[in-house]
Design a protein around this ligand. Structure first.
Ligand code: WTA
Length: 656
């Protein structure tokens, strides 16, 4: 509740400045309200209008929304489209020589690709994939460094109607294996290595390790992009080099026209259980969401230099790197490295060098940039910036103020964008030429999005009260289902208890203030938000329990200055409670183990041992007590239902 405590006292407001309002795509509150009114009157017609305005259709749709089998909504279903055509070909006649991507490598090497060049690379790679016998509907896992080629791989899949599933390069072999087998991938696209912050990380070797775990029989080939040129394992019966297969490929590739509802991609995300969920998105509705938000929230102008710092392994890197900016015809920066290498000014140097106008990043990055050098932004020329954005977790007002004053020089509005892997694009976010900003609030829903706060039965709560954040009407960019698990999809996102499953349940709690502004309080499920990344506590617990030393484990989050939240694990070992020296050894081993099982981002910050965990008489772990213990606070909650109160002392005192 630290967020709500800090934001409750937040009264600062920042009305949009006149210069920004004048040039804004949505200028002034009345313009926003007019769009909302139009959408409220007839939201199907509203979205149909947007779909005809923004998307290029191969054959038009006649039905806007098919709601015959809720919550399996279909948008623009009988229309035919291709997403790569919408992102690339459409610009060939209007702006072929405009720079689409300015790429800066970890070492600082700069490569640019125009729309014509990007189109050609995508067509060639799409043909190469076809030559590998990849067809419409096939699943392709992409495990790549953050480079132009990652975008080319995604766009090439879209071009031939293959369904990509990008796995973040920081995930372990085990996590990768789980995703490859669940998706039933026929191909994996990877690189020899990933280079970040001067360090080389093996990608191909990790893919090999995942393959050796068995069960990935669907995989027929592995395409390897040569990033570092290091020596890597290569199996000529199965592996092919990216540069070799593209060299042979033709540069013309007719797009595969697909149904609007054809899955563009699946992306795995954490939920309340140990098994990650394969969030499945559509083609047309998804792209539409990214485009309208580029226009409304990022106030996109063709002169912009857009920079979203997210990796393509996350939804933000899908919507605001690989798809939205390209569909709008933007010039964007893609950066391979980290903010701290070779020095703490790297981000500011990139903004200065490439004259970035729109800078979209995460609160965790902002907080670490503050720590690295609060005055560093002032030492650079950041006058090109005109708009800042934040995503991934609630931004604490102090970080917001620093971002606003030091980076945006009190000139640039900040769009604090609330959305999720499942929503595909922004849902609640300021329209910067219209809204008054409040530090820490993501403000108001976009036109066409009926966000609300309800209680456990689905009734609206009174303004000012906290509750579950829901979206009441279907919207084009929403999740279509969970890959191979429609039942779980229904249960998790459209639970019967909440107004008979009519509303999309986001999994966040929130409240609205007197102006109707939304303030996100946190997750309502067992999902942690570590450095803006979603991690399921159950996932980490299952990983810990899989270690031969561990009998039982419970994981909770603890507020963290930079990461937002950090992972704290309470562990019961199979043997005796360890003594100091042995305990430190086991802690090291278990942290490494979790990194191996899931990925370094899931490593517990702290591990505490006990002979047992605090449980109710019915055997349920009392997590709220663990959360209090993790924060080293006194337990004031009622512990009368606790089976074994003595355990609290032990977990408090135990070696950290
Ligand atoms: C949280 C990232 C507050 C929220 C796009 C959500 C936020 C989860 C914000 C989704 C924000 C994201 N303010 N909280 N502006 N943006 N969140 O799927 O808890 O990685 O449910 O998508 O991040 O995380 P995901």
């Amino acid at each position: 509740m630290s967020v709500i405590e800090s934001v409750l006292n937040e009264t600062r407001t920042f009305p949009p400045n006149g210069t920004f309002v004048k040039q804004a795509n949505v200028s002034g509150m009345a313009a926003y309200q007019a769009m909302c009114t139009e959408a409220e009157k007839d939201y199907k017609n509203f979205w149909a209008k947007q779909a005809n305005h923004y998307l290029l259709w191969h054959s038009p749709f006649s039905q806007v929304l098919d709601e015959s089998d809720p919550p399996f909504y279909k948008w623009f279903n009988d229309g035919e489209i291709n997403i790569s055509y919408n992102c690339l070909d459409r610009h060939l006649s209007t702006q072929p020589d405009k720079t689409a991507i300015i790429f800066e490598s970890d070492e600082g090497e700069i490569t640019k690709a125009t729309y014509r060049e990007l189109h050609q690379s995508v067509c060639q790679f799409a043909n190469a994939l076809k030559a590998q016998n990849i067809k419409k509907g096939d699943r392709v896992v992409i495990y790549m460094p953050m480079r132009i080629e990652a975008v080319v791989a995604m766009q090439a899949c879209a071009r031939i109607g293959a369904i990509h599933s990008v796995v973040f390069g920081g995930f372990s072999a085990k996590s990768l294996h789980e995703r490859i087998t669940d998706a039933g991938a026929v191909t994996i696209i990877t690189a020899d290595e990933q280079v970040r912050g001067g360090k080389h990380h093996p990608l191909k070797a990790t893919v090999d390790e995942a393959m050796s775990m068995g069960g990935a029989n669907s995989v027929k080939s592995i395409v390897v992009y040569q990033r570092s040129g290091s020596n890597i394992p290569f199996n000529p019966d199965r592996d092919v080099w990216w540069h070799e297969i593209t060299q042979l490929a033709n540069i013309d590739c007719e797009p595969e026209w697909v149904n609007a509802e054809h899955p563009l991609f699946t992306l795995y995300t954490s939920g309340s259980t140990g098994k990650p969920k394969g969030v499945q998105h559509s083609s047309a509705g998804y792209l539409l969401g990214t485009m309208v938000s580029m226009q409304w929230v990022f106030d996109y102008k063709s002169s912009d230099i857009f920079w979203c710092t997210a990796d393509v392994g996350w939804i933000t890197g899908h919507s605001y790197v690989a798809y939205g900016p390209l569909a709008m015809g933007a010039t964007q920066v893609i950066f391979e490295g980290v903010p701290t290498y070779p020095n703490a000014s790297r981000f500011w140097e990139i903004i200065q060098k490439h004259k970035v106008t729109t800078f979209y990043t995460a609160p965790t990055a902002i907080r670490s940039l503050i720590k690295l050098g609060p005055d560093l932004p002032e030492k650079h020329d950041l006058s090109s910036l005109r708009l800042l954005g934040s995503v991934g977790e609630p931004i604490n007002p102090e970080a917001w103020m620093w971002f606003y004053e030091k980076v945006g020089q009190s000139r640039c509005p900040i769009v604090d964008t609330w959305w999720q892997t499942e929503t595909g694009s922004h849902m609640i976010a300021p329209l910067p030429g219209a809204f008054t900003l409040k530090p820490g609030s993501c403000s108001l829903p976009l036109p066409g999005i009926q966000a609300a706060i309800v209680d456990e039965t689905g009734q609206d709560v009174e303004q000012g009260n906290g509750g579950f954040l829901v979206i009441k009407n279907p919207f084009p960019s929403q999740i279509r289902t969970l890959w191979k698990d429609p039942e779980r999809f229904k249960k998790v996102y459209f639970p019967e208890e909440i107004d008979q499953g009519k509303y999309y349940l986001a999994g966040d709690s929130a409240y609205r203030d007197d102006d109707g502004y939304f303030w996100i309080m946190g997750r309502i499920d067992d999902v942690l938000n570590v450095s803006g990344h979603r991690l399921g506590t159950m996932e980490i617990e299952s990983a810990l329990v899989a270690n031969p030393l561990v009998a039982e484990a419970a994981v909770v989050g603890k507020p963290h200055e930079i990461k937002g939240e950090s992972v704290i694990a309470f562990v019961v070992l199979k043997g005796q409670l360890p003594q100091a020296e042995e305990a430190s050894k086991i802690i090291l081993e278990l942290r490494e183990w979790v990194a191996q099982e899931i990925g370094p981002i899931a490593k517990p910050e702290e591990i505490r041992f006990g002979e047992n965990l605090p449980k109710t008489r019915s055997g349920k772990i009392m997590r709220r007590l663990l959360r209090t213990l993790a924060k080293d606070e006194e337990i004031t909650q009622d512990i009368s239902t606790l089976e074994n109160p003595a355990i609290l002392e032990q977990l408090k005192k135990s070696i950290k």
